[in-house]
Design a binder for this molecule. Sequence first.
Ligand SMILES: [Zn+2]
Ligand SMILES: [Zn+2]
Length: 107
Amino acid sequence: MVCNRCGNTENIHKHHIRHKIDGGGDEPENIKCLCRGCHIYHHKRDILLKHIATWTARLEIIDKENTIDLIKERGYHGYWTTEKLLEKLLYKESTTVHFTGEDIEIT
Ligand SMILES: [Zn+2]
Ligand SMILES: [Zn+2]
């Protein structure tokens, strides 16, 4: 087996294009061969993209609460009030990647 990304032939994993946790199966169309390094890189990259999306959404909420009109209404000390609110609402995300058999599982 050969890594689809870099051509390495050692430590090849079967990566699920649509992750099992999202309902992806073992059918050949859903499997991509990746070496260990490329596999970890792929999943860590996905995790970072998810964090970027989450923070972009949070920033949009903060921006909406900090229009000039709303700041004037609240007083000039209240710029980051919303961020404190968000901190309370949001759960801590884990970014641990560990192997289970041939695929990587994210918890
Ligand atoms: Zn590779
Ligand atoms: Zn994978």
